[in-house]
Design a binder for this molecule. Sequence first.
Ligand code: ATP
Ligand code: MG
Length: 370
Amino acid sequence: MNILIVDDEPAHIEAIRRAFRASDTKAVVRAASTLREYRELAAAEPPDIALLDLNLPDGRALEALSPPPAANPFPILIITAYGDEGWAVQAMKAGAFDYIVKSAVAFAEMPHTVERALREWNSLQACRRAEENLLISEKLAVMGRLTAEVAHELNNPLAVVISRTSLLLSRPDARRPPLKSQLETVLRSALRCKIILSGILGYGRTIGKKDELIDLSDLIREAVNDIGYVYDMSAVNMEWRGKQAGVEVSGNRSELLSVFINIMRNAYQAMEGTGSLTISVRRDPDNNRVRLAIHDTGAGMSGEQLAKLFQPFTSGWKKGEGIGLGLATSRGIVERHGGRLSAESGGKGKGAAFTILLPCSAKVRGKFIQ
Ligand SMILES: Nc1ncnc2c1ncn2[C@@H]1O[C@H](COP(=O)(O)OP(=O)(O)OP(=O)(O)O)[C@@H](O)[C@H]1O
Ligand SMILES: [Mg+2]
């Protein structure tokens, strides 16, 4: 441990040094006799703890407590003469960690006193850090919820823009070149917004909307179409196994769609536009759940990355192309639907597979065709 003693009485410094030499505590003891010297030594190498005499030739120890101790990386113990305790208390109010009244016994006990003070200081610091982290995560959760509310509100008008533009595009009089390409640009931009919103939709939010029956194949088709309209999928070899009709799940359509979009967009990003994307849908042997797997041949992930995959705000794309909410949101949505979302990867460069398990709608369990 690195200790800095500041006292203008050489005999006091020597008494403390002697106590440390006689103890088991391994300590490097540096000494200063003025505030100026103390500041220079502490700036050159901050000690683990500083012992400051209250009265020094160039000022009171109180002055060493500025900036306030919240910014101090080490605790300061004030050593005061008998009768000066009033000042010592004032020093503690200003941020000193503790005070010790000078005596032969106090000097001899200094190694224990210092050790105890450091233990208390460290646990106090750990407590402070934990409180700060809690505050940060609370703020993030509030931010996430707020963002999700905004995303949800924007989703409906955006759906209107997309459906009306698609409708216009299907009209014979919209097939003329300038109009057609302009409408296509509007549609592409709106779909891009929809995909961005998918990343944050539903984060930390319980949806009040009623569940509906959803055809899983329809949903996958819509996700594939949206992605294909916005990203260049020409170099992606897409395979869809188990394209059964009539596989229905019960839930919130736009939320579940955002899960598929998130996972497929990640796969596209991981493959940097080139590779194979395989979607497979199959019934679990117990007949109650549907298992949807999305496998890509992209960048893959290390064990360390996999462990943090579903934590919010942990984006790993090289060019900062994400905010790291897509999977955290998706897992929340799948779990709210009574399902499970998990990921696997053989390692870096070995692709990734995401599995979504969802309960089949009771109405259609019997009809599932393998
Ligand atoms: N298929 C995948 N292959 C390799 N890494 C992946 C894959 N999917 C996700 N990841 C990694 O997991 C991280 C988190 O993904 P997530 O979708 O939650 O956030 P994001 O894509 O970074 O941002 P956004 O909120 O825009 O989706 C990614 O940044 C990436 O590092
Ligand atoms: Mg993503």
